[in-house]
Design a protein around this ligand. Sequence first.
Ligand code: ADA
Length: 557
Amino acid sequence: MKNAMDRLFRTHEIRRSQECAPLWTLTTPDAGGMDRPETVVVPGVWESHPALRGYRGRGVYEQAVSCGGNVRFLLGGVSFAAKVYLDGELLCEHYGAYTAFEAIARDVAPGLHTLRVEADNRFGEHSALHMPNDYYAYGGIHRPVLVEELDSAYIASCLVTPVRTPEGWRADCRVSVRNLGDRQTEAAICVCVAGQRAEKTVLLPANGTAQAGLSCLCPDVRAWSPEEPALYTVCATLLIDGQPADDLIDRIGFRDVRTEGKRILLNGKALRLRGFNRHEEYGGFGLAVPLEAMMQDIQLMRDMGANCVRTCHYPNDPRFLDLCDELGMLVWEESHVRGFDEQRMRHPLFMPQLRRCTREMVEQHFNHPSVFIWASLNECADDTAFGAACYREIFSLLRGLDGSRPVTAALLERPGGQVYGDCDAVSVNLYPRWYHDIPVRQAVDRKLAEISAGGGGGKPVIVSEIGAGAIYGFHDPFGRDKWSEERQADILREQITEVLRHPDLCGILIWQFADVRVDESWAVHRPKTRNNKGVVDEYRRPKLAYAVVKELFETME
Ligand code: ADA
């Protein structure tokens, strides 16, 4: 085992937490799999292996781990359905590739044990969110796996809301502690934020969870902003019988976000969003983007003058969010769903699976100061009564989980939307000059009129997607045929110029940062089985549009 690398800083001083060693044995028992086990690297997706490029089935990962006592396995992301076993005994199941989950084994005899993780990327009725789509549903353990040895209780979460008061910033902490023991126990919770401390005694119910709210006034901290991304450490400690039993360390930033009229304000200052939609994918590594590549993506986006990234269409790796916190890159994060009509939204598992993904996203990524807005339900049926009710339910879930950030949804470019009035900021995906030939300004004004007529007038409006496709290396300087780099650059020039000069829009997110693999069922409209609207290709080689985006993002207000 090695030191945990699921975050980019140390998360425990007391809890024994380590990352599983990278080599696992992978067996692929279903049709199209390999006839014998192979050694693979975790985190990774099995599509990286030449024999498993298109494998859709189960992948059984095994590794011997040395542990004992109360053991918690924390799996950062398994795509997309998972079962976790220790020595053959099922510990837990989880659905959804993009959020972390835990598997707990109590009173494990100290020594070597077999950890087995079964990942499954087969589509079917059990899966309402993952389906053949305009991005690829990979298979495997694509984020780090931790092994933790716990005391009789542990800190499950510590969610911190920064609050601006007349006396300066205050950190409101909600700490959740889970008791693994059969007896009710008294414990003390202590939080330390930017050097300020607060403490509380709680009663932990037998085999249950207790919550405590603690606040620290932090008058001397600096605010977090894209220009000056000041970060502070928050450390929660659990004491049982006066002895340290567990801890949880995280990083926070002090800032507030709210909407006022047509603007989104961060620390009272209007945001002008210039950014990208980014799928979590890199060339041959699929969903398991190496840390260095995450960093390079942010550097490339910043090089083009971007200040914002949208994690389309699902929650991202917390290491990517750590980097955004660190570098002052604003993040729009959304729970996992893309482009469902009403029929799909009526799938009996749709709302339960979406609710769960949404809840996990907010609870796991609550403390990242870079996340300035929550979203969900990209391009679903916002034009029917049933669909609109789903939007409203998810918005109210988001607001209930976190009242400190605005909520939005990227809506389709079509009339009849019924939820403009329910969003804090209205977001629209527009493709003028690509899917249709209406001039950009006209398409934007038409949509703004619809938003106003549909109850969203006077709210901030974000162009959450806009873009055009180009195949890397295909040039047509004279004819400027579709799919040429020249045509994409032309279209992006008009799109960015018109959006950034429009007085009623507060920002633009280009679709998209990099080309991504799509499901084969999309290939007829997606040359090379890729969504080719990236400004860079899947290996981050810049297309001509790169220079256009850079020029406009750097020079236009
Ligand atoms: C949509 C969708 C994206 C992508 C894009 C496109 O708006 O949200 O996932 O499919 O269109 O390339 O057409």
